[in-house]
Design a protein around this ligand. Sequence first.
Ligand SMILES: *Cc1c(COP(=O)(O)O)cnc(C)c1O
Length: 404
Amino acid sequence: MTEEPQAQLPDANGHFGPYGGMFVPETLMTALQDLEREYRAARKDPAFRKELAALLGDFCGRPTSLYLAERLTEKLGGAKIYLKREDLLHTGAHKINNAIGQILLARRMGKTRIIAETGAGQHGVATATAAARFGFECVIYMGAVDMERQALNVARMRFLGAKVVGVTAGQATLKEAINEAMRDWVTNVRSTHYILGSALGSHPYPMIVRDFHRVIGDETRRQILQREERLPDRLVACVGGGSNAIGFFYPFLGDESVKMTGVEAGGDGIVRGRHAARFQGGKLGVLQGTKTWLLADADGQIELTHSVSAGLDYAAVGPEHSYYRDRGRIEYDFATDSEALAAFRLLAEVEGIIPALETAHAVAHIIKVAPGMPKDAILIANLSGRGDKDVSQAAEILLKDATK
Ligand SMILES: *Cc1c(COP(=O)(O)O)cnc(C)c1O
């Protein structure tokens, strides 16, 4: 096992240094404390761990492969590139790792109803899938704008038996969907568990979501050691709330030689209101339960965000990322919409893999850095999800001119 100097985080109050915490209405404090207690008990319970492992294996398709991208490596002419294939999981992205973990917690707590927010719809689909598998009532809140750009996922959720509630307030994207889910939870907290979809929000969610996704990094570590008999030089993952990235990075945090880069959404470039790169022009603030880096104006009002990928289009980043950024342990860069779209195309053409547009931001970063790395260096990107959900949106942008 890795040495884990960070194993103590978050602290007893849910803080990662100055970040994190529990900034929620009083009515939710008991529910959050119950959730933390139940989670800590479940984590130590062999029966819980066994059931989770069996579901991740037989139902979700773990372990996912670690794939050597030979043609991409050759084309970029630098580091040897591996892809951790979370895109091959059931429902098409890493999100199911967390949804399955949390549904088992909900059952332990005797809840009968599940709610969730969703941006790109991947977390909604994962949650609706888990709810169907366990026979729970399920309500998914989704911004009206996102419902339009992710119509396929809306249909999937409905087929899975979930009720999808459109949210028209504000920018009608992920932030507003979270507000509605929180409102529902306050009202129905006795019967309902809120399956939060990223390493975000009030304690204990950032910890729970990270822990349910660390299977990505644990497998990667095992697989690369078996394959190359050494650790990788660099890890790359896209960062929306930060769940696929923290799950992938976490087991390597104690390995000083392993550099890590999180890639945020640069949208149309770093211009106010036109991107979602919190570490570029963001500031410290509180949003939806947690203290972290976010995009706000001088009065603290949350700014508009933009990204071609709905799953990265959120004004705050998970608090643990803010902590490791301060310490210089994880670096953060961004990729613009057009860089992500170019990466989306390149991976499809060269490797036969159509990535999610979120994931394409990580691929865009590889395209930038791999050529400058030595040929014996090892770079691993987390392929957080597949692009089926984004094909019609990408086609509208990229295939307008059929001769292209
Ligand atoms: C939701 C999603 C993301 C962004 O969420 P994180 O919590 O930052 O991982 C990235 N990739 C895919 C495929 C997603 O569905």
